[in-house]
Write a new protein. Sequence first.
Length: 131
Amino acid sequence: ATRADSAKRTAFLQEAEANFRKAVATQAVLVERYPAVLSQLVWLGRMQQQLARTLSELGQSVAARSQIEASIRSLEQSLEQHPQYDVLNMSLAENHQVLAEIQQKLGENLAAKKARERAAQHRQQFKPPGR
């Protein structure tokens, strides 16, 4: 890739980061305002996941890890309170997979392995509708 291509990609990722931060902030307000609507939390987790991926691509892996870990904590707390809301398992599986990728970048191989194991556990616990 040329230097110009690299600069364009960086500018694009920086714009994406700003937009994902706005989306996370807006969605967090909705989660707070409507705590009983768990789909709002799922969407927040998805937005945090995308922000974490973007930060990681920008070389901000430590910030990315913090973002995805916060999302995981929130989703796990909700799953404990609402185990019947099974889609949280799939969200957690996806977020643990992203965490594993970030930890791998940081050289945290054992932690990445554990995160992949947690992702697999959550995938196994997810029961798609109709099954």
